[in-house]
Design a protein around this ligand. Structure first.
Ligand SMILES: [Zn+2]
Length: 196
C-alpha cells in the first residue's frame, strides 16, 4: 500500500472517530458543529503544535498513525482535545495569554480523558506543547527565573542528546521546555547521582 493511500485512509478514520466521539459523548447537536469544519490529516508529529482548530479546519498531526498504519490511541486523544475546543462555545478568537490557558484546560476537560495512559499523555502535553499551563499551575509565571542557568543549560544538552538518539531532527525549544518542566519539579532531575 503506498503512502498516499495510507494517509487518506487515516484521514477517513480521523473523521469517523471525531463523529463517533461527538455523537456518543455529546449527542446530535454537538455532531452538527462538525459540519462547518474540514478535517485534515497532516503528515507531521504533533510536538510542534501542529494539531489545531482554525475557523474552518481541524488539522491533526498524523505521522505516527501513517507509520503505524492505523489510528493510534494518542491521536484519538488529540482529536478529542481539538474537538474540545470546538465544544468550548466561549473560546475567544484572539485570547490573551491567561485566557488561552483557561481555554486549553477547558478543551482537556471536554476531551474526557479516561484511562491512566490518557491522563499521562494530557500531562505530558501540558508540559511540552502547552507548557505554560503546567508552569503557571505550579505558580511560576516565568519558570526560567526559578532555575539556575547552569542547571538549565545542562538539562537542555541532555534533552538534545536524548532526542538525537531517536531522530536526526532535534528541537532546541522543545528540549528547553522538557528541561524546564523537569527541573521545576525536581532540581536534581539531571543529577547523575540522583538514584544512588
Ligand atoms: Zn488546545
Amino acid at each position: 500500500m503506498d503512502l498516499e493511500t495510507t494517509a487518506e485512509r487515516i484521514e477517513e478514520q480521523i473523521k469517523e472517530y471525531a463523529k463517533y466521539f461527538l455523537k456518543t459523548e455529546y449527542g446530535d447537536q454537538a455532531l452538527k458543529r462538525l459540519e462547518i469544519f474540514d478535517i485534515k490529516a497532516v503528515d507531521a508529529y504533533d510536538t510542534g503544535g501542529v494539531s489545531e482548530v482554525t475557523d474552518n479546519d481541524i488539522k491533526i498531526a498524523a505521522r505516527r498513525d501513517i507509520d503505524a498504519g492505523k489510528l493510534t490511541n494518542t491521536t484519538k486523544l488529540i482529536i478529542r482535545h481539538e474537538l474540545g475546543h470546538i465544544l468550548d462555545e466561549n473560546s475567544p478568537a484572539f485570547p490573551e495569554f491567561e485566557e488561552q490557558i483557561e481555554h486549553e484546560k477547558i478543551a482537556w476537560v471536554n476531551a474526557k480523558p479516561k484511562t491512566p495512559a490518557e491522563h499521562w499523555y494530557k500531562n505530558v502535553s501540558i508540559r511540552t506543547h502547552i507548557d505554560p499551563l503546567k508552569m503557571q499551575s505550579m505558580g511560576f509565571p516565568r519558570p526560567e527565573t526559578k532555575i539556575s542557568p547552569e542547571l538549565l543549560k545542562q538539562g537542555i544538552n541532555i534533552e538534545l542528546k536524548r532526542m538525537k538518539r531517536h531522530s536526526l531532527l532535534t528541537d532546541k525549544i522543545l528540549a528547553k521546555r522538557f528541561a524546564m518542566a523537569n527541573l521545576v519539579e525536581d532540581p536534581n532531575y539531571y543529577n547523575p547521582n540522583r538514584y544512588s
